[in-house]
Design a protein around this ligand. Sequence first.
Ligand SMILES: NC(=O)c1ccc[n+]([C@@H]2O[C@H](COP(=O)([O-])OP(=O)(O)OC[C@H]3O[C@@H](n4cnc5c(N)ncnc54)[C@H](OP(=O)(O)O)[C@@H]3O)[C@@H](O)[C@H]2O)c1
Length: 340
Amino acid sequence: MVFVPAENRYTQMQYRRIGASGLRLPIISLGLWHNFGGVDPLENGRAMLRRAFDLGITHFDLANNYGPPPGSAEENFGIIFEKDFRSFRDELIISTKAGYFMWPGPYGEWGSRKYLVASLDQSLKRMGLDYVDIFYSHRFDPETRLEETMGALDFIVRSGRALYAGISSYSPEQTRQAAKILRELGTPCLIHQPNYSMMDRWVEGGLLEVVEDEGIGCIAFSPLQQGLLTERYLKGIPSGSRASKLNTALKPEDVRPDLIARISRLNEIAQQRGQTLAQMAIAWVLRKREVTSALIGASSLAQIEDCLQAQKNLVFTNDELQLIDDACWNADPINLWIKK
Ligand SMILES: NC(=O)c1ccc[n+]([C@@H]2O[C@H](COP(=O)([O-])OP(=O)(O)OC[C@H]3O[C@@H](n4cnc5c(N)ncnc54)[C@H](OP(=O)(O)O)[C@@H]3O)[C@@H](O)[C@H]2O)c1
C-alpha cells in the first residue's frame, strides 16, 4: 500500500537546533542498529519507520555495520526507502558511519581516507541514496593522523556524498582537535554522537562543555542503555528482547540483580513523575541543553509510541534529580555502574 504519512506529523514533535548549525533534529531520533537487519522481519522495520515518520521523527541513523549481517540494515533501509520514503527525501535526515570492521584486509576499518570514502560509497549503494545528510567517523583511530580522518570527512562533504560531518565516541580532547581541523578545512563539525544515559554519564566529564564551546550538536545514543532503563527486564529476560538474542551487545549476564534493584527504584521515581521508565530515561538526557536529540532504538511500534510521550514531561525538579542520582550510584558521580 502506498505510504501516505500523517498530515499532522510536525505537530507531534519538538525540534532542537544542532549546535550552531542551521539544521534542527527531532528531540527523539530512531536508530537502526538492531531490529532492522537481515535476521529481522522487514515488515516490522517498515512499520516502525512509517510510524516514526508519522510522529515527526525525521532522523534515521544507520552505520555500515548495522545488521546482522553487517550492511543488511542499510540494505533493508534502502528497500523501505524506495517503497515509502523516496518522495519525502527532503524531509529526512539520514546518517551513516564508518569506523568499525566491515571487510577483511588493511582497508576495512578505522579511520583512513581509503576506508571512509570506500565505505560511504558502499553505504550509498546499499541504501539507494545519492547522498547522506550526516556522515560520521564512528570511532577515533589512534594509528591514523586526525588530519587524514578529518580531511576525508571534508572531502566527503565537498564531493557531495554527505551534507554534514560528524564524529562518534571521540574523547573531549579528540573532539577539540577534530573540531579545529574541520573548522580550518571549512567543513565545521556538525555533531557528536556519544553514549549517554543515567547509567553511563561519561559525557559529563568534559565532552558536553567541549561541544557547547565548539558549537557542535550532541545526539545521545542508547539513552535507554539498550533497554535496561525500561520496564523490559524488571521480571527477568523476556524472549525476543535484546538480552535474549545471540550476537547483540547486551548479554544475559548484563542483566544483573544489583542493576535490576536500582532500575526498579528508578521505575518508582518515573511512576511518581507520571512517566514510564523509558520516558523518564529519555527526558533525563534531554534535560541537558547541549543534547540535541535522544537516539533510541525500538523493536515495536508500541515502544516508539511510548518513547514519544517522554515529551510530555521534560522538566525535573532538583529533588527528582537527586533521587535519580541516589538510585544510580553511591559516591562517584561519574561512576559507571554498567560493566564495559
Ligand atoms: N555511535 C555508536 O557507536 C552507536 C552505538 C550504539 C548505538 N548507536 C545508535 O543509537 C541507536 C539506539 O541504540 P540502542 O538501540 O541501544 O538504544 P536504546 O534506546 O538505549 O535501546 C533500545 C532498546 O530498548 C528497548 N525499548 C525501546 N523503547 C522501549 C520502551 N518504550 N519500553 C521498553 N523497552 C523499550 C528495545 O529493546 P528490545 O529490542 O529488547 O525490545 C530497544 O531495542 C542505534 O540504533 C544506533 O543508531 C550508535
